[in-house]
Write a protein that binds this ligand. Structure first.
Ligand code: PD2
Ligand code: ZN
Length: 293
């Protein structure tokens, strides 16, 4: 990347992280941002050259603030900001209970009212809840699979006012367009049923992924919304992290399927542990790279 002089006068202000690796790096960051390089691409170069990802992100934030473009690189994936313990969803206030930066995971309570959970279940039952399928790696087709014993139902995006309202809320808190998402999927697990650990992203090296990637690009973020309380079992588990999220009616967990550089997130491995007692019903919402549908 070449050098162009930085024109803004306030770009000489000292910045803690941006300056931490000397003036050559400071100039490199500011110059490349000014000539239109994508912060995501720069983050990858920085991470490969002497920066840790956290500091590189902070340095980019500082540089973007100097250039009066605060945080715009973060909009390259759905991201939940947690400056307060409350999330203003527009039509309701939800509470942040847990937040992890790497990989990005946020647990939110009161994302849906109990009435909204019940209505979503009713609407799904009216459509019919059938044995769930997974995407076949070779063909890209949906097939039955022993790793997923739940049953489910799909809504198309904006299929009715109720799902449209929920989609709008999820799009709003992640600052990601409602058009860049799949419709809500409802999953129902009875005792003994589970969804073994897997990734929600499509593996670009698998032939079956091409079909999925053509329609909306990569999955960038996942929401699992808990529509029922479950007496025992049925947690959403992240085996690599040793994290387990227990279902609570109206709560939801968001996790990023790609990291801050846009690469598939290996630490997002997750599953639905077997239900032991009760019925677990969740809605999943996948946010895509591009317009979906
Ligand atoms: O039901 C769950 O907790 C769960 C866990 C992991 C659902 C999914 N993945 C999924 O539908 O992808
Ligand atoms: Zn999943």
């Amino acid at each position: 990347m070449g050098s162009i002089s930085v024109v803004r006068s306030d770009s000489n202000l000292p910045c803690t992280t941006l300056d931490s690796k000397g003036t050559a790096w400071r100039d490199w960051v500011l110059n490349n941002l000014q000539r239109g390089c994508k912060p995501q691409t720069m983050l990858q170069s920085m991470a490969a050259n002497a920066w840790d990802i956290e500091s590189a992100g902070l340095a980019l934030d500082e540089a973007l603030a100097l250039l009066a473009r605060p945080h715009d690189w973060r909009t390259a994936r759905p991201y939940i900001n947690t400056p307060t313990n409350y999330l203003d969803c527009g039509d309701r206030i939800a509470q942040v209970l847990f937040s992890l930066q790497h990989p990005r995971i946020v647990l939110i309570d009161n994302l849906l009212s109990h009435q909204e959970c019940d209505t979503l279940i009713e609407l799904a039952e009216q459509k019919g809840i059938k044995k769930s399928a997974v995407v076949d790696r070779e063909s890209g087709q949906f097939v039955d699979h022993h790793a997923r014993s739940s049953s489910g139902s799909y809504f198309t995006r904006g299929e009715n006012e109720h799902v449209a309202c929920i989609e709008k809320r999820l799009a709003g808190i992640t600052d990601w367009p409602v058009t860049h998402a799949e419709g809500l999927q409802i999953l129902k697990y009875e005792p003994g049923q589970e969804y073994r650990p897997h990734f929600d992203w499509f593996d670009p090296n698998q032939p079956g992924s091409a079909k999925q990637l053509l329609r909306g690009g990569q999955r960038l973020g996942t929401f699992v919304l808990y529509l029922t309380d479950v007496e025992a079992g049925g947690s959403t588990v992240f085996p690599t992290l040793g994290v387990e999220v227990f279902p609570r009616k109206g709560a939801g967990v968001f996790f990023a399927d790609v990291d801050e550089t846009g690469k598939t997130e290996q630490k997002s491995l997750h599953g639905g542990s077997p239900v032991i007692k009760g019925t677990k019903i969740v809605a999943t919402y996948w946010q895509r790279e591009n317009k979906y549908g």
